[in-house]
Design a protein. Structure first.
Length: 147
């Protein structure tokens, strides 16, 4: 059987956007907390919380995707999740169709215990997604894409 090795990096412009926006909101909140009266400084706390939420989404929830001979590997900046192919039942790649080249934004996994998982992916184009679906099908996994 012909097995493949594919790698899809997780960095995308969306991650850069979230990081820059979170840093701007964080510096704005520090400025408001230090230089404004308490009634205005409350907005600084809101900015700080929004910045933390954006960093969480951009850095912790976005994954890189790797395929090797035996495992599907999802990795972000702080975690690595290895899922053996024999534990996968169904994999679906999905996203928003109004973006032209950046597909998909997420990957849905149904494992053999019927547990459902969703992982947000980075910058993956249509051509690579077709390769990923073909690779998973070569391993005997029901894989689809909403492209």
């Amino acid at each position: 059987m012909n097995f493949c090795y594919l790698e899809f990096p997780g960095f995308s412009m969306r991650l850069a956007y979230f990081t820059v926006l979170a840093l701007i909101l964080t510096f704005s909140s520090v400025f408001l907390l230090l230089h404004q009266p308490l009634s205005v400084a409350i907005f600084g706390v809101a900015y700080l919380l929004l910045g933390v939420c954006l960093l969480y989404h951009g850095v912790l929830k976005q994954h890189s995707l790797f395929f090797d001979a035996h495992n599907l590997i999802l990795r972000n900046y702080f975690q690595k999740k290895v899922i053996p192919y024999h534990e996968l039942k169904k994999v679906n790649f999905g996203g928003r169709s109004h973006y032209k080249n950046v597909h998909p934004f997420f990957m849905e996994i149904l494992d053999v215990q019927n547990n459902y998982h969703v992982f947000f992916l980075g910058n993956v184009n249509k051509k690579n997604m077709i390769s990923a679906v073909e690779c998973l099908k070569a391993h005997g996994i029901d894989a689809t894409s909403e492209i």
